[in-house]
Design a protein around this ligand. Sequence first.
Ligand SMILES: [Zn+2]
Length: 331
Amino acid sequence: MHKLKQIFDKYCREKRLDISFSSDMPAGYEKANGMYDVTLSTLFLNTELLAEMPEYEQLFYLFHELRHAEQYARPEQLGEAVRRSMSYAIMYDGECFRRAEREWKGCRLEGTEEYFKSLYFGQPYERDANAFAYGRVRELCGDSAELRELAAFWLPESPPAEEEYMRIYDEIDRRTAGAKAKPAPTPTLDHIHITVSNLARAERFYDRLLPLLGYDIALKEHDSVPEHEYEIVEYHHRALSIGLVSPRSAYSGDAPCRRRPGALHHIAFRVCAPSEVDRLFKLVRELPAIIVREPQLYPEYCSDYYAFFFKDSEGTELEIVSLERERYFPV
Ligand SMILES: [Zn+2]
């Protein structure tokens, strides 16, 4: 396999291709001979699988993927059909995809598996890569009946005509044009796990605090992984789960330092109105909790930013705030 990497390096140098090589196949491609991922600029070669194959076959798959890298790097050197075909994927079952910006849009076409298989093997960019691989391996290893057979396997004798592909691509364009654009992602916290210095003490505190914020203690869960000295108490709510994690014994009793890189600085819970901040302040004070700052307006943050700050039983700072976020951050 060392030799394949050498040939890869030499080829990339000659062609000034700035790509990486990996033998670690991406998920879903464990059974493929190779693949080129343009987003990662990485050529993946299944060296474990290839080790069972004769050298000319290993080289065939290497040059096939190198050609794909080149197709992306220098599309201007390709014919129109090859260039256009690179935006489309056709599967055996008629599932088709078109690359739009950074995502693939899918649709399904009607037809037999045999028909889609012929379309799959005959894709102009695949034919281009296979013809290229055949040519390069022939130069390096000489022609042979086995090599011709391998090339014939990958290069269909009478692939669907170019016009047929253009018709299919137009059809895919039509069918995927109406596909609804995905809404812009909204960042949504699912859960936060905080390592505390004393789990039992923290649990007593959060048992009292979290119901004030809408948590149902009946949904609390306990779990542990003794070999990792790991215990967790998790409070669930449809909006956000909060987990308290035991420290490793070497750190138990340590106070948190919120200015240490990677540490949790503070967590703020938002409520619906300043009056709710005031109401919760009275309840939190009675928990009891150490109040850091009583409710007040912080116009330097936002004109209606009204909050108070306190510490949990472990010394982690928490905040309860009211503000109309949409006023300041419309997106
Ligand atoms: Zn290919």
